[in-house]
Every structure is written in C-alpha cells, then in structure tokens.
Ligand binder design. Structure first.
Ligand code: HEC
Length: 212
C-alpha cells in the first residue's frame, strides 16, 4: 500500500491548500513593531519641535529681527551689531578663520590681531563684498593657498547690515578694539565698487592698507 495508490481514500486536505504559505503572524510582528517605533519617533519629534522650535519665531531665527516693533510698527529696538555679527561669524566664517580668530597656519589668515581687520575699513569691506585671492600679507606673514569667498553679489549676496555686523564683530572680538563698521559705510563702498566683477587682489587694496 502506498500514498500513490489511486484507490486510497481521498486526502481530506487537498494538496493545493496544504501548500499554502504558513500563516503570517511571525511576519506581522516585526512590521507592527516597526510601525510602533516610527510612531514613537514622530511623536517624539513633534514634542521636541514644540519644546525647542521657539514657535519658529523670527526673533529666534532671523538675526536681523531684534524686537517687536514699537506702536503701529514704529521704531524697533536697536540692533546689537556685535551679537548679530557673532551669529553670522559662527555660521559663515568659523570653518576657515576658526572660533579663536587665529585662522589656520599656512592656509587661513588670522583675524585676531590682524593688521587688515584693525586697519582701514575700506579694505575689509571690499574684501567681504567681492572676496580676496592671491597672495596677502597679514601681520608680516604671506598667505597664498586659498581664496576668501565673496559675501556680496558675486557670492552669498548679503545686505549691507549683515556685512557691517560681521565686520564690527571681528573688529571687537579676540582683543581687537577697532571702531564699528556701519551699514552706511558698506553701502558707500558697495556703490563705489558696483562695477567690480571678481575678487580683489591684495595689491589692489594697497591704497587702503599701506605696508607697515
Ligand atoms: C573658505 C574659507 C573662508 C571663509 C568661509 C571665510 N574666509 Fe576670510 N579669508 C580666507 C582666506 C583664504 C583669506 C586670504 C585670501 C588670500 O590669500 O588672498 C581670507 C581673508 C580674510 C580677511 C583679510 C585678511 C585677514 O586675515 O585679516 C578678512 C578680514 C576675512 N577673511 C574675513 C572673513 C569673514 C568676516 C568671513 C565670514 C563672513 C570670512 N572671512 C570667511 C578664507 C575664508
């Protein structure tokens, strides 16, 4: 007697149903767990945003907004240029010139104690607007292995205020004690150099930075 005997009683479970895949419980379990973890993550993120986003308030996220306007949108509280410039520096300059303002020897020149930063503002405003490339001598040391990016229309396209804030900051941080750079000064120099379409070479700025 064998199973292939055509005369044996019919199998109560037809072959095709016996070969169905196993029930899915084992597979459902991990996907349910995953769903639960994802929900937890989304919920956690929502809680985090609610707690730390500051309501996406421009007072938190926009360095140019410094306070609620006065009555009927009148005068706003005075901007602290050094505080605004510090934020801009941390986001835009620190990778090259470093948090200490010391730069990186041989590559990025220092801003702390720099004779350019503390010299004639006409030079550094030009450098910020259009950038600087080629050899530059800072405190007697020549740098020529990298370029300084433009923050005016050739680059990040900053407004006059932002350039003024960051320059005021670097002129008053790390022991530097040079006067504020105003947005009016930046506007004046921007207008005077409107035709410029490439970075400056330090030699072109010699009239503003007499050799010591
Ligand atoms: C990608 C790197 C890089 C970034 C970012 C950068 N710089 Fe520079 N910076 C340089 C280099 C390189 C030079 C020298 C260029 C040369 O050799 O001609 C320079 C030169 C300068 C100088 C004149 C020389 C000196 O040391 O005093 C000033 C001022 C300056 N940078 C300020 C800034 C400020 C402010 C920012 C941010 C808004 C900034 N830089 C962002 C690389 C950078």
């Amino acid at each position: 007697m064998s199973d292939s005997n055509p005369n044996s009683p019919a199998d109560p479970t037809p072959a095709h149903s016996r070969e169905q895949p196993e029930p899915h419980e084992e597979q459902n379990f991990p996907s349910l767990l995953l769903l639960f973890l994802c929900s937890l993550l989304i919920f956690g993120s929502a809680l985090y945003l609610q707690r730390y986003s500051g309501g996406f308030d421009p007072l938190v996220y926009n360095e140019e907004v410094q306070g609620r306007g006065g009555p009927a949108g009148g005068a706003t509280a005075a901007v602290d240029p050094v505080a605004a410039g510090k934020k801009l520096y941390a986001l835009n300059c620190v990778t090259c010139h470093q948090a200490t303002g010391a730069g990186l020897p041989g590559t990025y020149p220092p801003l702390a104690g720099s004779d350019w930063v503390n010299g004639n503002e006409d030079a550094i405003v030009r450098i910020l607007i259009h950038g600087l490339s080629g050899p530059v001598t800072v405190n007697g040391v020549t740098y020529n292995s990298a370029a300084m990016p433009a923050f005016g229309p050739l680059g990040s396209n900053w407004k006059d205020e932002k350039i003024a804030y960051v320059l005021t900051y670097i002129r008053q941080e790390w022991g530097n004690q040079s006067p504020e750079v105003t947005k009016e000064t930046v506007a004046r120099i921007r207008a005077a150099t409107a035709d410029r379409a490439k970075a400056w070479a330090a030699a072109e700025l010699a009239e503003f930075h007499p050799a010591k």
